[in-house]
Design a protein around this ligand. Structure first.
Ligand code: AMP
Length: 283
C-alpha cells in the first residue's frame, strides 16, 4: 500500500495507472475506520483494478467546532487495517492540500431542497461542506467508481444529485449498512459510548424494524410518534424520526402512495448523535 500526502503526487500516480487502462475506485472517509468502512473498501477492491481511500477530517462539514475537535484520529490503526485489506493507495492530505489558498472550492448547487430536510435542519452547512470536499476529492482522483454507505442515506442521495447536476461521469456505488451484533449501525462515534449505552442503543434499529413491520397498521403520523416514544428511554433522546420518499427525501403522509419509502432517525445519547435508517420498501 502506498501512502500519499500530496495532491500532485497522487495525481501523478493515478495518471500513470489510468494510462495503463486501470479502473480506479475511490472511497472517501473521515478515518477511525471500522468494519463498515472496510466493507466499502473490500467491495471497491473487488470491482476495480486500483482502490484509493482518503482519510481526511474535513473541517467544512462540521457545524460544531467541538465535534471536529473530538473526532477520533487513529491514523496508525487505520493504515494497518487498510494494509491488511490489501488497499493500493491511501491518501492522507492536510487541510492546505485540499483547500489551498486561492483555489475556489465552494460550490453553488441546486440540490432541489435535498439538503434542507432531516440532517440539514439540525446541522446547518453540513451538506455544503460534504459536497465541497467530495467534489474536490473527485477532481483530484477522477475515479471510475465512488463508494459510499447507505448508513448516511441523505448524504449519498445528495452526492448522487451533485454528480448528476455537475455531469460528473463517476458511478456512485452505495453499500449496505454494516451493524454491530445487536443491530446498532457501526460508527466511529459508537466508541464514545459507555458499554451500557452501546448495548441499549440497539433500540434504534429495533424501532426502525418495528416501523417496517407496522407500516400498514398505523398512519405515518402515528408511526413516527410511537417510534419516538419507544426511543425516549432514560438517557436517550430522539431528535427526529422521518418517514420519507427515498428519492425526494420529502416527508410522506401516506405510505402506500409511494414506491420507495425509508425511515430515518437521529438519536442523542451520552452527548453522541447516532443516525440510522431502514428502507421500508423499494418497489
Ligand atoms: P465517514 O468516515 O463516517 O465519513 O464514512 C465514510 C463512508 O463509510 C461513508 O460513505 C459512510 O456512509 C460509510 N459508512 C459509515 N458507517 C458505515 C456502516 N456502518 N456501514 C456501511 N457504511 C458505512
Amino acid at each position: 500500500m502506498k501512502t500519499i500526502r500530496s495532491v500532485k503526487q497522487l495525481q501523478k500516480e493515478l495518471n500513470n495507472l489510468k494510462k495503463q487502462g486501470k479502473k480506479i475506485g475511490f472511497t472517501p472517509t473521515l478515518g477511525a475506520l471500522h468494519k463498515g468502512h472496510l466493507t466499502l473498501v473490500k467491495q471497491m477492491l473487488k470491482e476495480n483494478d486500483i482502490g484509493v481511500v482518503s482519510i481526511f477530517v474535513n473541517p467544512t462539514q462540521f457545524n460544531v467546532k467541538e465535534d471536529l475537535d473530538k473526532y477520533p484520529r487513529t491514523i496508525k490503526a487505520d493504515s494497518d487495517k487498510l494494509k491488511k485489506a490489501k488497499l493500493d493507495i491511501l491518501f492522507v492530505p492536510t487541510v492546505k492540500e485540499v483547500y489551498p489558498k486561492g483555489l475556489k472550492t465552494k460550490l453553488k448547487l441546486d440540490l432541489n431542497g435535498l439538503d434542507q430536510r432531516m440532517e440539514g435542519k439540525f446541522r446547518p452547512g453540513h451538506f455544503e461542506g460534504v459536497c465541497q470536499v467530495v467534489k474536490r476529492l473527485l477532481d483530484i482522483t477522477t475515479p471510475d467508481k465512488l463508494y459510499m454507505g447507505q448508513k448516511d442515506f441523505q448524504q449519498f442521495t445528495i452526492i448522487r444529485k451533485m454528480l448528476d447536476y455537475l455531469k460528473i461521469p463517476t458511478e456512485l456505488v452505495v453499500c449496505d449498512i454494516v451493524r454491530e451484533k445487536n443491530g446498532l449501525a457501526m460508527s466511529s462515534r459508537n466508541e464514545r459510548l459507555s458499554k451500557k449505552a452501546r448495548k441499549e442503543a440497539e433500540l434504534i434499529h429495533k424501532t426502525l424494524n418495528w416501523i417496517k413491520r407496522n407500516r400498514n397498521k398505523y398512519s405515518v403520523k402515528d408511526l413516527k410518534e410511537k417510534a419516538k416514544a419507544k426511543m425516549s428511554i432514560e438517557g436517550f433522546e430522539p431528535e427526529y424520526v422521518s418517514i420519507i420518499n427515498g428519492s425526494t427525501l420529502k416527508d410522506i403522509r401516506k405510505i402506500n402512495a409511494h414506491k420507495y419509502v425509508v425511515a430515518c432517525t437521529a438519536v442523542w445519547t451520552e452527548g453522541v448523535r447516532l443516525i440510522d435508517n431502514l428502507i421500508l420498501f423499494n418497489k
